[in-house]
Design a protein around this ligand. Sequence first.
Ligand code: NAP
Ligand code: 8YV
Length: 313
Amino acid sequence: MTKADILMPAPMADAVIDALDARFVLHRLWEHDDRDAFLASVAPHIRGLAVSTLAGRIDAALFDALPALEIVANFGVGYDNIDAAAAAARGITVTNTPGVLDEEVADLTVGLLLATLRRIPQADRHVRERRWPTGPFPLSPTLRGRRIGLIGLGAIGKAVARRLEGFGVDIAYHGRTRQAVAYGYHASPVALAAACDVLIAIVPGGAATRHLVDAEVLAALGPDGVLVNVARGSVVDEAALVAALQDGTIGGAGLDVFEDEPHVPAALVAMPNVVLLPHIGSASQHTRAAMGQLVVDNLVGWFDGDGAVTPVR
Ligand code: NAP
Ligand code: 8YV
């Protein structure tokens, strides 16, 4: 059987590389000093792309440079790194990794919420920096009595909500459509923020959700309010968030994602009421292995003629 040519622009997990190497002709773009020249030499043969956010934007210009491209397999459920409309217009299939990371990301989201409210990283630093003998760690805000608003009640949002039910807090949500669920629905982010004192963003990135959480939403959340963003940095107006934290418009934030990753604004790093994570929502060995396997399964399924396992849309 002829092996299809697959392009991997940036490194992925060893297990993914090994599995694709065994089944396809895998081209590791990042290993070449003159990437443009290498790409030009293999471009006519490339039928599949294996990408993560490390590969940068996968856009129309790249599709036009790869005339035989059939499928883009993304490592991640969010695929705002890919111009899916441009792919669809060219008949190129895009796949993502839904289903295998929902519980992991939900665990991390609840952990980040608790860490932010109860100031767990700050308390750890209090002990490590030998400040405990000189005085107790200050009392923290609480989850008790909180009203939690989820911006996005999809697969991950629902997994977060299920966990939060066990914490005895009120839960409401915003999305473009009302769902048949027991949680309260609000037709806009600002209405949700006004009704809650915790906002958790867990929607896809991209133009449609850019700055869904803006200065108005943060003002509606209020001075005891806490924002948790595990969606994409683009969903929150980061400058407005910094201002809201600095002037006390909201009380704190737990952030796993940022507008210009891996760069985090110095103003956020300096704040005592903010918990910052390096985009680790799905980043356990267990779940990253499952995501990698799904990338492989999508490419193998496609080139075996069985179809992609998890195409988007
Ligand atoms: P999903 O099942 O597709 O759910 C997305 C939810 O967002 C839906 O409930 C949808 O409801 C809502 N939504 C979509 N567009 C919207 C808009 N313009 N305005 C308001 N709500 C909108 O996706 P998921 O699997 O839960 O994942 C959600 C996102 O989480 C991913 O796309 C990714 O960006 C992010 N994520 C982050 C990490 C991390 O490591 N931090 C890990 C995994 C995923 P409606 O259709 O009714 O609007
Ligand atoms: C990944 C994610 O870390 O699935 C997603 O949408 O954000 C994370 O699980 C990321 O996609 C890695 O490229």
